[in-house]
Design a protein around this ligand. Structure first.
Ligand SMILES: NC(=O)C1=CN([C@@H]2O[C@H](COP(=O)(O)OP(=O)(O)OC[C@H]3O[C@@H](n4cnc5c(N)ncnc54)[C@H](OP(=O)(O)O)[C@@H]3O)[C@@H](O)[C@H]2O)C=CC1
Ligand SMILES: CCCCCCCCCCCCCCCC(=O)[C@@H](N)CO
Length: 296
């Protein structure tokens, strides 16, 4: 069913809100009159983020320093912040490398921060979210990635964590229906943020056809789509196409989008196969010209 989730005068709590996409989401929510809480590790960056929001908008901003891997620290922060109406689980780390050479310690960091960290945040926030004053429709939004809709060369471990968030969102939505809490999951393409982007050559070539987005655009779309209760949130036309191709058994709050998914399912599968074809061609050419062994 279609749903409306108000933002104005409500409490929006954003993990990883001190920079990049999280800060852009915070600024968009602030511009729409929300009370903001930010959680991240570096106090310095949190302070700067708070200043930059308060300079532009007259809203209350609270900051909390905690590592999402530390459940007790997360719980303390959330209890201090008070009942949450919109929880944006945005924190995340990414390291792109072939699975074979990437260290297990690096993979574990991604699992611990991206997946376990998200469990910690949601688990700590749920009791307070159920306790929210107005009992109006509330939201939990998870930050995935287009690499959480499709596996891409060099993203093996990262993709696994971002695919994981989708399973979490689909299952949790069924549990939280009774509490009028609505799940969203965002799938941005490569976004210009401060984070360093070292990646394999092949990954670079595959991503060449997908231009970068600005964090501000992702922030705008995220808040706008949370308000309209969208479950899957693609960020651009290409993302929309991938979302239709990978709709699977995910919920859909828009009758229009549901109809498009049903009618064009076959066509979008065809387009997906063309994309794979092109991707595999890139990989085969690269391997051939670098004289890597190739199985026919
Ligand atoms: N940039 C991109 O191209 C894309 C990014 N994404 C996803 O969007 C989200 C944000 O990415 P982006 O803005 O680029 O990232 P940034 O690196 O710019 O910001 C990450 C934020 O998360 C916080 N953070 C990182 N680790 C922890 C931790 N252990 N505990 C608490 N906070 C933490 C950081 O603060 P601090 O370090 O101080 O803790 C910071 O506020 C991530 O989930 C990412 O996977 C998805 C698609 C594309
Ligand atoms: C052989 C397979 C071909 C498939 C083609 C699909 C094309 C989609 C490109 C989308 C790129 C999204 C990357 C997300 C980056 C991210 O999450 C950041 N953290 C890293 O920059």
């Amino acid at each position: 069913r279609p749903i409306n989730i108000p933002i104005k005068n409500r409490h929006v709590f954003i993990t990883g809100g001190s920079m990049g996409i999280g800060l852009a989401i915070a600024k968009q929510a602030a511009s729409e009159g929300a009370r903001i809480s930010l959680l991240a590790r570096s106090v310095d960056r949190l302070q700067k983020a708070k200043e930059s929001i308060c300079q532009a908008y007259e809203v209350e901003v609270s900051i909390f320093s905690a590592d999402v891997r530390d459940y007790d620290a997360v719980e303390r922060a959330i209890k201090e912040a008070g009942p949450i109406d919109v929880l944006v689980v945005n924190h995340g780390v990414y390291y792109m490398e072939e699975f074979e050479t990437q260290g297990l310690d690096v993979m574990k960091t991604m699992v611990d921060v991206n997946l376990m960290g998200s469990f910690n945040v949601i688990k700590a926030a749920l009791p307070l979210m159920k306790d929210r004053k107005d009992k109006g429709p509330a939201s939990i939004a998870l930050m995935s990635s287009m690499a959480g809709q499709a596996g891409i060369y060099g993203f093996a471990a990262y993709s696994a964590t971002k695919f994981g968030l989708r399973g979490l969102a689909e299952a949790l939505q069924q549990e939280l229906l009774v509490n009028n809490i609505h799940l969203s999951i965002i799938f941005p393409p490569v976004t210009e943020t401060s984070a360093r982007e070292r990646m394999p050559e092949i990954t670079k070539i595959i991503l060449e056809s997908s231009p970068g987005m600005k964090a501000e655009e992702v922030g705008k779309i995220t808040i706008q789509s949370i308000k309209s209760g969208s479950f899957s949130i693609p960020c651009r036309l290409d993302g929309r196409a991938v979302a239709i191709a990978t709709a699977g058994l995910s919920p859909q709050t828009s009758f229009l989008m549901a109809s498009i998914e049903v009618v064009f399912a076959g066509l979008f599968r065809f387009v997906a196969l063309l994309l794979q074809w092109r991707g595999y061609e890139i990989i085969e050419k690269y391997n051939y010209s670098h004289k890597k062994q190739q199985v026919e």
